[in-house]
Design a protein around this ligand. Structure first.
Ligand SMILES: Nc1nc2c(c(=O)[nH]1)N(C=O)[C@@H](CNc1ccc(C(=O)N[C@@H](CCC(=O)O)C(=O)O)cc1)CN2
Ligand SMILES: Nc1ncnc2c1ncn2[C@@H]1O[C@H](COP(=O)(O)OP(=O)(O)OP(=O)(O)O)[C@@H](O)[C@H]1O
Length: 199
Protein backbone atom coordinates (compact mmCIF):
# COMPACT_ATOMS: atom_id res chain seq x y z
CA UNK A 1 0.00 0.00 0.00
CA UNK A 2 1.17 3.55 -0.76
CA UNK A 3 2.41 5.78 2.08
CA UNK A 4 -0.04 8.61 2.84
CA UNK A 5 1.11 11.93 1.34
CA UNK A 6 2.09 14.90 3.47
CA UNK A 7 -1.20 16.56 2.49
CA UNK A 8 -3.20 13.53 3.66
CA UNK A 9 -1.25 13.33 6.93
CA UNK A 10 -1.75 17.02 7.58
CA UNK A 11 -5.47 16.78 6.86
CA UNK A 12 -5.92 13.88 9.22
CA UNK A 13 -3.92 15.63 11.98
CA UNK A 14 -6.03 18.74 11.39
CA UNK A 15 -9.19 16.74 11.95
CA UNK A 16 -7.85 15.07 15.13
CA UNK A 17 -6.62 18.29 16.72
CA UNK A 18 -9.70 20.30 15.76
CA UNK A 19 -11.90 17.70 17.43
CA UNK A 20 -9.66 17.68 20.47
CA UNK A 21 -9.86 21.43 21.06
CA UNK A 22 -13.60 21.55 20.34
CA UNK A 23 -14.13 18.91 23.06
CA UNK A 24 -12.83 21.27 25.78
CA UNK A 25 -15.56 22.36 28.18
CA UNK A 26 -16.72 25.95 28.58
CA UNK A 27 -15.00 26.07 31.97
CA UNK A 28 -11.72 24.70 30.57
CA UNK A 29 -11.91 27.27 27.77
CA UNK A 30 -12.52 30.23 30.06
CA UNK A 31 -9.85 29.10 32.52
CA UNK A 32 -7.36 28.72 29.63
CA UNK A 33 -8.18 32.20 28.30
CA UNK A 34 -7.58 33.82 31.71
CA UNK A 35 -4.29 31.95 32.15
CA UNK A 36 -3.17 33.21 28.75
CA UNK A 37 -3.53 36.82 29.92
CA UNK A 38 -1.52 36.10 33.07
CA UNK A 39 1.20 34.41 30.98
CA UNK A 40 1.47 37.51 28.77
CA UNK A 41 1.69 39.76 31.83
CA UNK A 42 4.34 37.58 33.50
CA UNK A 43 6.36 37.55 30.27
CA UNK A 44 6.11 41.39 30.06
CA UNK A 45 5.13 40.93 26.42
CA UNK A 46 3.49 44.30 25.98
CA UNK A 47 6.12 46.60 27.46
CA UNK A 48 6.83 49.41 24.97
CA UNK A 49 4.39 47.85 22.48
CA UNK A 50 1.72 49.82 20.60
CA UNK A 51 0.01 47.52 18.10
CA UNK A 52 -0.94 43.90 18.70
CA UNK A 53 -2.74 41.56 16.26
CA UNK A 54 -4.94 38.82 17.68
CA UNK A 55 -7.78 36.73 16.22
CA UNK A 56 -11.41 36.22 17.20
CA UNK A 57 -11.85 32.71 18.54
CA UNK A 58 -13.38 30.11 16.24
CA UNK A 59 -13.63 26.31 16.24
CA UNK A 60 -12.42 25.77 19.84
CA UNK A 61 -9.30 27.94 19.50
CA UNK A 62 -7.77 29.36 22.67
CA UNK A 63 -10.04 32.31 23.43
CA UNK A 64 -8.56 35.76 23.08
CA UNK A 65 -11.48 37.70 24.59
CA UNK A 66 -9.90 38.35 28.02
CA UNK A 67 -6.63 39.18 26.25
CA UNK A 68 -8.38 41.75 24.02
CA UNK A 69 -10.08 43.33 27.06
CA UNK A 70 -6.71 43.52 28.79
CA UNK A 71 -5.00 45.10 25.77
CA UNK A 72 -7.76 47.71 25.50
CA UNK A 73 -7.46 48.44 29.23
CA UNK A 74 -3.74 49.27 28.86
CA UNK A 75 -4.35 51.35 25.70
CA UNK A 76 -2.68 49.03 23.25
CA UNK A 77 -4.14 49.05 19.74
CA UNK A 78 -5.75 45.73 18.81
CA UNK A 79 -5.86 44.43 15.22
CA UNK A 80 -7.74 41.50 13.68
CA UNK A 81 -7.14 39.49 10.49
CA UNK A 82 -9.45 40.28 7.56
CA UNK A 83 -9.49 38.17 4.38
CA UNK A 84 -7.92 40.27 1.64
CA UNK A 85 -10.67 41.42 -0.79
CA UNK A 86 -8.64 40.79 -3.96
CA UNK A 87 -5.31 39.14 -3.07
CA UNK A 88 -6.68 35.62 -2.63
CA UNK A 89 -5.20 33.76 0.32
CA UNK A 90 -3.75 36.85 2.01
CA UNK A 91 -4.80 38.67 5.19
CA UNK A 92 -5.01 42.35 6.09
CA UNK A 93 -4.88 43.49 9.70
CA UNK A 94 -7.55 46.02 10.74
CA UNK A 95 -7.89 48.05 13.91
CA UNK A 96 -10.46 46.59 16.32
CA UNK A 97 -12.18 48.74 18.95
CA UNK A 98 -15.36 48.39 20.98
CA UNK A 99 -17.13 50.45 18.29
CA UNK A 100 -15.93 48.47 15.25
CA UNK A 101 -18.60 47.49 12.79
CA UNK A 102 -18.20 43.71 12.36
CA UNK A 103 -19.09 41.49 9.40
CA UNK A 104 -18.85 37.70 9.04
CA UNK A 105 -16.30 36.45 6.48
CA UNK A 106 -16.68 33.37 4.21
CA UNK A 107 -15.84 31.11 7.16
CA UNK A 108 -18.39 32.75 9.46
CA UNK A 109 -15.68 34.50 11.52
CA UNK A 110 -16.42 38.12 12.45
CA UNK A 111 -14.00 40.69 11.12
CA UNK A 112 -13.95 44.51 11.15
CA UNK A 113 -15.63 46.09 8.12
CA UNK A 114 -12.96 46.90 5.55
CA UNK A 115 -12.01 50.58 5.77
CA UNK A 116 -8.63 51.52 4.31
CA UNK A 117 -7.60 53.93 7.08
CA UNK A 118 -7.97 51.12 9.65
CA UNK A 119 -5.41 48.86 7.95
CA UNK A 120 -2.04 48.38 9.63
CA UNK A 121 0.78 47.03 7.43
CA UNK A 122 2.12 43.74 8.77
CA UNK A 123 5.59 45.26 9.33
CA UNK A 124 4.14 47.98 11.56
CA UNK A 125 2.61 45.54 14.05
CA UNK A 126 4.64 44.92 17.21
CA UNK A 127 3.19 41.49 18.02
CA UNK A 128 1.17 39.06 15.88
CA UNK A 129 -0.58 36.30 17.78
CA UNK A 130 -1.50 33.53 15.34
CA UNK A 131 -4.16 30.88 15.78
CA UNK A 132 -3.10 27.29 15.09
CA UNK A 133 -4.52 23.78 15.02
CA UNK A 134 -1.38 21.93 16.15
CA UNK A 135 2.30 22.69 16.84
CA UNK A 136 5.37 20.55 17.35
CA UNK A 137 8.57 20.70 19.40
CA UNK A 138 10.33 22.76 16.72
CA UNK A 139 7.67 25.48 16.49
CA UNK A 140 6.15 24.19 13.26
CA UNK A 141 2.55 25.27 12.89
CA UNK A 142 -0.43 23.51 11.36
CA UNK A 143 -3.29 25.93 10.64
CA UNK A 144 -6.81 25.59 9.29
CA UNK A 145 -5.47 24.78 5.83
CA UNK A 146 -5.97 28.03 3.92
CA UNK A 147 -2.31 29.07 4.01
CA UNK A 148 -3.43 32.60 4.98
CA UNK A 149 -0.87 33.22 7.72
CA UNK A 150 1.96 31.52 5.78
CA UNK A 151 1.40 33.79 2.77
CA UNK A 152 0.87 36.98 4.77
CA UNK A 153 3.79 36.48 7.13
CA UNK A 154 6.24 36.01 4.28
CA UNK A 155 6.40 39.82 4.25
CA UNK A 156 8.14 39.76 7.63
CA UNK A 157 11.91 39.56 7.35
CA UNK A 158 14.49 38.43 9.88
CA UNK A 159 15.65 41.98 10.57
CA UNK A 160 12.05 43.07 11.22
CA UNK A 161 11.16 43.39 14.90
CA UNK A 162 7.56 42.04 14.60
CA UNK A 163 7.13 39.33 17.23
CA UNK A 164 5.30 36.26 15.96
CA UNK A 165 3.68 34.24 18.72
CA UNK A 166 1.41 31.22 18.29
CA UNK A 167 -1.42 30.74 20.77
CA UNK A 168 -2.67 27.26 21.60
CA UNK A 169 -4.17 24.98 24.19
CA UNK A 170 -1.66 22.56 25.75
CA UNK A 171 -3.45 19.65 24.06
CA UNK A 172 -2.52 21.05 20.63
CA UNK A 173 1.12 20.06 21.05
CA UNK A 174 2.39 17.07 19.11
CA UNK A 175 5.82 15.50 18.52
CA UNK A 176 6.67 16.24 14.90
CA UNK A 177 4.40 17.70 12.24
CA UNK A 178 4.89 16.83 8.59
CA UNK A 179 6.02 20.18 7.16
CA UNK A 180 5.77 21.87 3.77
CA UNK A 181 8.33 24.23 2.18
CA UNK A 182 6.10 27.28 2.60
CA UNK A 183 5.50 26.73 6.33
CA UNK A 184 6.75 29.58 8.49
CA UNK A 185 7.84 28.15 11.85
CA UNK A 186 6.93 30.15 14.94
CA UNK A 187 9.75 31.44 17.16
CA UNK A 188 7.40 31.44 20.17
CA UNK A 189 4.24 29.69 21.30
CA UNK A 190 2.21 30.44 24.41
CA UNK A 191 -0.21 27.96 25.97
CA UNK A 192 -2.13 28.50 29.22
CA UNK A 193 0.69 26.78 31.15
CA UNK A 194 3.84 27.13 29.04
CA UNK A 195 5.99 29.50 27.03
CA UNK A 196 8.03 27.93 24.24
CA UNK A 197 11.03 29.58 22.63
CA UNK A 198 12.29 27.78 19.54
CA UNK A 199 15.75 28.31 18.04
N1 LIG B 1 -10.00 32.72 14.48
C1 LIG B 1 -9.37 32.60 13.32
N2 LIG B 1 -9.46 33.57 12.42
C2 LIG B 1 -8.83 33.43 11.23
C3 LIG B 1 -8.09 32.27 10.93
C4 LIG B 1 -8.02 31.23 11.90
O1 LIG B 1 -7.40 30.17 11.71
N3 LIG B 1 -8.68 31.44 13.07
N4 LIG B 1 -7.47 32.15 9.71
C5 LIG B 1 -6.30 31.45 9.49
O2 LIG B 1 -5.84 31.27 8.43
C6 LIG B 1 -8.06 32.91 8.60
C7 LIG B 1 -9.31 32.19 8.17
N5 LIG B 1 -9.02 30.85 7.81
C8 LIG B 1 -9.88 29.80 7.94
C9 LIG B 1 -9.74 28.71 7.11
C10 LIG B 1 -10.66 27.68 7.16
C11 LIG B 1 -11.71 27.72 8.05
C12 LIG B 1 -12.74 26.66 8.09
O3 LIG B 1 -13.56 26.61 8.99
N6 LIG B 1 -12.79 25.77 7.13
C13 LIG B 1 -13.85 24.80 7.05
C14 LIG B 1 -14.35 24.72 5.63
C15 LIG B 1 -15.09 25.96 5.32
C16 LIG B 1 -15.52 26.07 3.88
O4 LIG B 1 -14.87 25.51 2.99
O5 LIG B 1 -16.50 26.75 3.64
C17 LIG B 1 -13.39 23.46 7.54
O6 LIG B 1 -12.23 23.12 7.32
O7 LIG B 1 -14.20 22.79 8.17
C18 LIG B 1 -11.82 28.78 8.91
C19 LIG B 1 -10.92 29.82 8.85
C20 LIG B 1 -8.32 34.32 9.06
N7 LIG B 1 -9.01 34.39 10.30
N1 LIG C 1 3.62 31.25 0.83
C1 LIG C 1 2.75 30.61 0.06
N2 LIG C 1 2.65 30.88 -1.25
C2 LIG C 1 1.78 30.22 -2.02
N3 LIG C 1 0.92 29.28 -1.56
C3 LIG C 1 0.96 28.97 -0.28
C4 LIG C 1 1.88 29.63 0.61
N4 LIG C 1 1.66 29.13 1.84
C5 LIG C 1 0.69 28.22 1.73
N5 LIG C 1 0.26 28.10 0.46
C6 LIG C 1 -0.82 27.21 -0.02
O1 LIG C 1 -1.86 27.18 0.93
C7 LIG C 1 -2.34 25.86 1.14
C8 LIG C 1 -2.55 25.61 2.61
O2 LIG C 1 -1.32 25.66 3.30
P1 LIG C 1 -1.16 25.05 4.77
O3 LIG C 1 -1.70 23.66 4.81
O4 LIG C 1 0.26 25.23 5.22
O5 LIG C 1 -2.13 26.04 5.57
P2 LIG C 1 -2.21 26.34 7.12
O6 LIG C 1 -0.90 26.84 7.61
O7 LIG C 1 -2.72 25.13 7.77
O8 LIG C 1 -3.32 27.49 7.13
P3 LIG C 1 -3.40 28.97 7.79
O9 LIG C 1 -2.04 29.63 7.68
O10 LIG C 1 -4.43 29.66 6.97
O11 LIG C 1 -3.83 28.80 9.19
C9 LIG C 1 -1.33 24.93 0.55
O12 LIG C 1 -1.98 24.07 -0.33
C10 LIG C 1 -0.32 25.80 -0.18
O13 LIG C 1 -0.31 25.45 -1.53
Amino acid sequence: MQEPSTVQLRNSLRQTFRERRKALSVIEQSDAAKKLVQQCIDLKLFEHKKRVAVYLTNDGELSTLPLIEYLWSIDIEVYLPVLHPFCDGYLLFLRYTENSLMLANNFGILEPKLECHKICPVQALDVIFTPLVAFDDKGNRLGMGGGFYDRTLQAIHKENPVRLIGLAHDIQQTLALPIEVWDIPLPNIITPTRYFHFK
